[in-house]
Design a protein around this ligand. Structure first.
Ligand SMILES: [Zn+2]
Ligand SMILES: [Zn+2]
Length: 739
């Protein structure tokens, strides 16, 4: 359904075309200075004037019943002058207008304010260019999180902008803030602060804040990118959480995937509060906290069943709604707040024939939709794929067919957390009289957790120890292994490269890779598959057969959720920018106004009430890198050095001098990862001679060795010599011993 375009009446005065989130701006003009005095007359968007426009029961629904997006304002057809009516809406405290940047059309800008994180303290409306958000590692404890907007570039001078019509795609970062009315201030607004998971896949974490209460939804980690050599994991900057830890009432986990629970062991070292999650997630979290040393003391782990509701302070009550996903016990959350209901879908798909637990509880979504939902946060992973995702059950049918026809062993690699997939493999194996052995640490961990909860249905003698596989004929065996993403140390990778202690791939084996390559993993996965073929195995992977379905909803399923929930405001989550954008567009196509759709960045502070919604500022949410036991102690310089070392290696020079600066031995030069054997001796000898003559020359000019080292002259000299010789730029380390 395509919303009607709003007719514009010539000469009609715009009521509040600078409303919160005014999406489209054209004809930007400079803000006249006299406007600055008018701040007291500001009216928040979506207030009384708008309410009048929608007098029905769902007066503030983001979807207009007549396909006319809510809050859409008549546009003035008057030529834009120096003083657009609407510019008042943008003005705030005069002295704080400076950072408000004018901007070339389409350039990203956003609200950013010095008091961004103080509750209810919005005074300024400084617009800050997107690129100037604070970057870098985690701020040191105790540092104020207040941000001072930087002076804008000359081309970023104040402007007033006018929305033309609601069909134009908005610049999501040019969302003007509007002062809340006193009434709203008293009542308070709900604040939603994503600390991770937006404009990225991974490290999901969102804060909900109202009054004195904060609840946290999910606390996941992300895997390091290629540009982060040596980094083990990436987590959120949760400084803000720790600074407000007395106000944190609980952590609510949607499900047990790493991108939703992986950062808990770090956060829980410094935060003690209850964690609410499904039963499987609780078991996985328990193991994680114990293993990583965060400890369980002071942390209450509360298992949630579908339909359970838990309080989060006085402001929140959170209901767990059953959904389908690629792990057991996955939930959406319905959070009641003083200003309305928030629905967070978590990761989900709509599976009408799931393996366990029944189909997603669409009735609950629908009921909340009927009662009125203030805000929907919906995941966006597969928003680019049209239609509906196939049922998990279809994979089971493929397994049965393959296992039935396999002449020898069947080795299945899949995600260890995918309990339903595990179950389907057990079912198929039993059907054709095979035993199942498990390989890989995480496979054993998740199996133990799932089995302890009774989630795996199998005969008592189906599971055998991997060390006992030699007792069975190949056609009696199914081996379930980790390594579907070709992780270097995983069991499947080891089997492929013949370095696994127990399982060696031979002719007659059938290997099923039951997973979709996570973007970036394609190359290593195909390398493993090539190697498996080379060893004579028959390899079946996603391209060849239906051995994997996604656990994330496709486009059609999201449409269903939007239609059922009918939120007033919508924030797409769990996806890279293009996914969030496509999801926003979907919501728009379904009839929501651009005014009600917000694409956020990690760290943005989104505020809303029944009457208004806006981005009111941000807190630091730069990624924090974990290297070994260190949290956030790696900065860009370390990463740059590591990259340099991996590119061109290192050359270490050591000089031994007497007190007068004379060489006692000729300089020693050592190179690691820099030169090939054949050229090494020659270049090192020349380098040593060059250093001797350079130092002697400097001594002749009365320049001491320490001065040429400290000033970097010697390093530069060696650097240019080596570059001339080899066209490479190794890292150069110089040490001096004076005897
Ligand atoms: Zn996820
Ligand atoms: Zn997930």
């Amino acid at each position: 359904m395509t919303p009607k375009k709003k007719d514009l009446t010539p000469g009609e005065k715009p009521k509040s075309d600078m409303a919160v989130g005014s999406p489209d701006y054209k004809n930007t003009v400079k803000l006249p200075s006299r406007m600055k005095a008018d701040t007291k007359t500001l009216a928040p968007a979506g207030t009384a004037a708008e309410a009048k426009q929608a007098p029905d029961g769902r007066a503030h629904s983001g979807r207009n019943q007549e396909n006319k997006p809510r809050g859409e304002k008549p546009q003035s057809s008057k030529p834009q002058g120096d003083k657009p009516q609407s510019s008042k809406q943008h003005t705030a405290k005069p002295q704080e207008e400076k950072p408000q940047g004018s901007k070339p059309q389409g350039e990203k800008q956003r609200t950013a304010k010095s008091q961004g994180i103080k509750p209810q303290g919005d005074k300024s409306l400084g617009i800050k260019p997107q690129g100037s958000r604070p970057q870098g590692g985690r701020p040191q404890g105790g540092r104020s999180l207040d941000y001072t907007p930087r002076t804008p570039a000359p081309e970023m001078m104040p402007v007033a902008v006018t929305r033309q019509d609601d069909d134009k795609i908005p610049d999501f970062y040019l969302r003007a803030s509007v002062k809340p009315k006193n009434k709203e201030k008293k009542k308070g607004a709900l604040r939603v602060i994503p600390l991770g998971g937006l404009c990225e896949i991974g490290k999901n974490m969102t804060l909900l804040e109202f009054g004195n209460d904060i609840i946290i939804i999910d606390c996941g980690m992300a895997f390091p990118e290629e540009t982060m050599p040596g980094i083990d994991a990436v987590i959120q900057d949760y400084t803000y959480v720790l600074q407000n830890k007395d106000r944190v009432r609980g952590i609510f986990i949607t499900h047990g995937h790493e991108d939703h629970i992986g950062a808990l062991p770090y956060l829980m070292k410094d935060l003690k509060c209850p964690i609410y999650a499904g039963r499987l997630a609780i078991e996985l979290i328990r193991g994680k906290l114990a293993e990583k040393g965060a400890g369980l003391r002071g942390v209450q782990l509360q298992a949630a069943l579908p339909g359970d509701t838990f309080k989060g302070g006085n402001s929140f009550s959170v209901e767990f709604i059953h959904v389908n996903h690629s792990i057991a016990d996955a939930f959406a959350l319905a959070i009641k707040t003083p200003v309305g209901v928030v629905i967070h879908t978590g990761d989900f798909k709509v599976d009408y024939t799931p393996i366990d637990g029944g189909p997603i509880d669409l009735q609950r979504f629908s009921q909340y939709g009927k009662d009125g939902v203030l805000l929907l946060l919906d995941e966006s992973t597969n928003i680019e794929i049209p239609g509906m995702s196939p049922s998990e059950r279809s994979v089971g049918e493929s397994f049965q067919r393959i296992i039935q026809n396999a002449p020898g062993r069947v080795i299945v690699a899949t995600f260890s957390s995918h309990v339903h997939r595990m179950q389907q493999i057990f079912t198929a194996a039993e059907k054709y009289g095979r035993k199942v052995a498990l390989v890989g640490r995480s496979m054993l961990t998740v199996f133990a957790a799932a089995n302890s909860l009774g989630y795996i249905e199998m005969k008592p003698d189906t599971l055998i120890d991997i060390n006992d596989i030699d007792r069975y004929q190949p056609e009696q065996l199914v081996i379930l292994t980790t390594g579907s993403q070709a992780e270097p140390m995983s069991a499947l990778t080891r089997m492929a490269f013949a370095s696994h202690k127990i399982v060696e791939i031979t002719q007659g084996d059938t290997v099923i890779v039951s997973a979709h390559p996570i973007p970036g993993n394609e190359k290593p996965i195909y390398k493993v598959i090539n190697e498996l073929f080379r060893r004579g195995a028959k390899v079946i992977y996603e391209d060849l057969a239906d051995v994997h379905v996604s656990g994330h909803a496709f486009r059609g399923e999201h449409m269903l959720i939007h239609e059922l929930v009918k939120p007033k405001y919508f924030i797409p989550v769990h996806g890279e920018y293009r996914m969030l954008f496509k999801h926003a567009q979907l919501a728009r196509d379904l009839g929501m106004s651009w005014n009600s759709i917000f694409i956020l960045n990690n760290g943005d502070i989104f505020e809303c009430t029944e009457e208004m919604a806006r981005i009111s500022g941000y807190i630091n949410a730069a990624p924090v890198l974990i290297d070994g036991s260190g949290i956030g102690d790696i900065d860009n310089r370390v990463l740059r050095d590591r990259k340099l070392l991996s590119d061109d290696g290192v050359v270490a020079i050591s000089l031994v001098l007497d007190k007068k600066g004379k060489f006692l031995t000729s300089p020693s030069v050592q190179a690691v990862g820099f030169l090939y054997e054949s050229e090494s001796a020659q270049v090192i000898r020349e380098c040593s001679d060059k250093i001797t003559s350079f130092v002697n020359k400097c001594a002749g000019q009365n320049r001491s060795v320490s001065s040429i080292i400290e000033s970097g002259q010697l390093r530069d000299y060696v650097k240019s010599f080596l570059f001339e010789k080899t066209r490479r730029r190794p890292m150069i380390l110089i040490s001096v011993t004076i005897l």
